[in-house]
Write a new protein. Structure first.
Length: 241
């Protein structure tokens, strides 16, 4: 697996564990058989903008075994959005790049006003960060979070015709690693509950180590040393957006 991951630019700073690693052309997914959805999605924000439009070709990912694979029917009538982990708007250089973001392996159940509200605001803010002159590359890992001291609700479990039901995440995380043109590295991480909110993004900044503790993932694990440990355990001030 290591020699395969080394071929992918986005895995330069680490590749967390998962039941199945799905190497797409432009991003990588770590899939959870237990939760029937991604544990994480890892990408480099693509700065190139073209006339490629959002394709909206949602479809199952047939690389995942059927008994663990979500299908379109589980979302129908559920009241939940098929929420992107890798944003469609981050990958718009060529059609296939945008199309890949509509695989259901890149989706998780999100409340509509979360998906179209604060989650979209955060995606836009990350693109603003990536557009800063000092930023060389922006790496992003996103995923669902489940709090085991809270009840987990499901979609699709009340319909015997739906083969695979899905647990609804309590929250989502996004961890951003920026490589600046000076060679320095900055890190920001967010945990945002899966519900409508009008609070500013700054209110959801957390230590990257907190995301690791809740998610059970090691993030950016190729970065070692005291300086990187400090970076993981601090809350960096929000960039302008």
């Amino acid at each position: 697996m290591n020699h395969l991951s080394n071929l992918k630019r986005e895995t330069r700073y680490g590749l967390p564990t998962a039941d199945q690693i799905l190497f797409n052309r432009f991003y990588v997914i770590g899939y959870s058989y237990y939760f029937r959805q991604a544990k994480w999605a890892l990408e480099i924000i693509d700065p190139d903008k073209t006339d490629v439009s959002r394709l909206d070709n949602f479809r199952p990912d047939y690389r995942i075994p059927e008994r663990f694979r979500a299908d379109l029917d589980v979302y129908e009538g559920s009241g939940y959005d098929r929420g992107h982990l890798v944003s469609s708007a981050n990958q718009i250089e060529v059609d296939i790049q945008n199309s890949e973001t509509f695989l259901l392996s890149n989706m998780a159940p999100q409340r509509p006003m979360f998906n179209r509200g604060i989650w979209k605001r955060l995606e836009t803010a990350v693109r603003d960060l990536n557009s800063l002159k000092k930023v060389f590359e922006t790496y992003v890992i996103s995923g669902p979070l489940f709090f085991f001291d809270e009840e987990i609700e499901m979609i699709g479990d009340d319909d015997e015709n739906i083969k695979v039901s899905l647990p609804i995440p309590h929250a989502f995380f996004k961890s951003i690693l920026v490589e600046n043109n000076t060679g320095t590295i900055n890190m920001w991480s967010f945990i945002i509950p899966n519900k409508i909110t009008s609070e500013p993004l700054e209110n959801f900044l957390v230590e990257t180590s907190k995301v690791e503790k809740i998610s059970g993932l090691l993030l950016w694990d190729t970065l070692v040393g005291t300086k990187m440990n400090r970076e993981k355990n601090k809350i960096r001030k929000m960039w302008k957006h």
